[in-house]
Write a protein that binds this ligand. Sequence first.
Ligand code: FES
Length: 124
Amino acid sequence: MKIKFMPMDIEVEATPEKTILQIATENKIVIKSLCKGAATCAECRVRIVSGEGFVTHPTKAELNVIGTSYYIDNRRLACQVRCFGPVIVDLSEQVNQEHLKNKKFVVSVPQNKLNLRRCKIRSC
Ligand code: FES
C-alpha cells in the first residue's frame, strides 16, 4: 500500500506494522517529534486527507493529547497512526511551522514615513 505525503506530493510504500511517523522518517520526510513517539508532545500532528477508513482509530491516550481536533479536522498524531490501505497525509501544519521558524521578519519603514517628534519633556 502507498502513503502520499502532501504538500510535497511524495508517495512511499508502507506497511501496517509501522506508524506514519516511522514511515516518514525512513523516507527522509521530516515530521517534528519531541517525545519520540510517546504520544505526549503533540508536535507530530498531521491531517488525514484521504483514506480515513484505512487508519487505526485514535486511542484514549492519543485523544487526551489531540483533544477535539480529531473530530473537527481529522488531525492525528503521526506517531500513533498505522495505515492498512492507501492514505493521503497532509503535512502543511508541519511545513508551515518550519517555514515560520526559519523566516526572518524585517520591518522596513521608508524614511519619509517615519514620524519623528520632538520630546516634550526634555528638549532632545
Ligand atoms: S511524537 Fe510526540 S506526540 Fe507524536
